[in-house]
Design a binder for this molecule. Structure first.
Ligand SMILES: C[S@@+](CC[C@H](N)C(=O)[O-])C[C@H]1O[C@@H](n2cnc3c(N)ncnc32)[C@H](O)[C@@H]1O
Length: 238
């Protein structure tokens, strides 16, 4: 399943996230040892947030990155985009409860066809989303298209780390534990098996940087966290 491509992958991924939406936040917390919110905070702090502008959070899921970036006064509006209806509904509910000043607008849409004009966003975020894209080049070219010339993109993603023993241990544990947690809390072992496999088959940090460069982005800075298993990349348009 983890080696699906194109339309088959799109169908599989959207169904999977629609199914696990209700347990997504809890499992994120359990699997990251409670760290995932802090990782997003660290990521947002890498932006040069001195410019006024609007932000897009692609593959927003339950909205954590949208909520995080909406806290900054220079960020005038945030559009959180995701193609899984149930994730979008949960993001909406969460933002309402947190009173995010009505700055966030959630939209059910596909990253490969963003419903926005060219060059309008100053900031873009993608958190744990790109490895799930069914067409990574198209998704990134869409993000590039809607970003302003001096706009910036933050990518937060799990990466492979071939030579690091901690990474090997992490992936081994992730592989064993995630499907069990998925079964216990979401009654869905298969979904979490897929998510761990998709991480194991994804890029290393170096491969991800060079892929982004090929897609028309400069890597402004990068940070490695969680023993090298998670990368944060700040990118600008080439
Ligand atoms: C692992 S979740 C990440 C959610 C959130 N960004 C976070 O940081 O927790 C991945 C999300 O990407 C969304 N997604 C994957 N491919 C997508 C696409 N082509 N278009 C829109 N959303 C997509 C899924 O529906 C899911 O909600």
């Amino acid at each position: 399943m983890a080696n699906l491509h194109g339309k088959d992958k799109a169908k599989h991924v959207v169904r999977l996230f629609r199914r696990i939406a209700n347990s997504y936040d809890l499992l994120n917390t359990l699997m990251s040892g409670g760290r995932h919110r802090d990782w997003r905070k660290q990521a947002i702090q890498m932006f040069n947030l001195s410019k006024n502008g609007i932000a897009i959070d692609v593959a927003t899921g339950t909205g954590d990155f949208s909520i995080e970036i909406s806290q900054f006064t220079n960020v005038e509006k945030v559009f959180g985009v995701d193609f899984a209806k149930e994730m979008v509904a949960l993001a909406q509910k969460k933002s309402l409860n947190l009173k995010t000043n009505n700055k966030i607008f959630y939209i059910e849409a596909d990253a490969s066809f963003l419903p926005f004009k060219n060059s309008i966003f100053q900031y873009a975020t993608i958190g744990f989303g790109i490895r799930n894209f069914y067409d990574l080049s198209k998704g990134l070219s869409e993000v590039r298209r809607v970003l302003k010339e001096n706009g910036e993109l933050i990518i937060l993603e799990i990466v492979r780390h071939e030579k690091n023993i901690f990474s090997k241990i992490f992936f081994r544990c992730f592989d064993l534990v995630a499907p069990i947690l998925g079964y216990v809390f979401a009654r869905d072992r298969g979904a979490y098996k897929y998510l761990t496999k998709s991480a194991e088959m994804f890029f290393t940090a170096e491969e991800l940087s060079s892929f982004l460069k090929d897609q028309g982005f400069n890597i402004v800075s990068k940070k490695s966290i969680a023993f090298g298993n998670v990368s944060i990349l700040l990118c600008s348009k080439k």
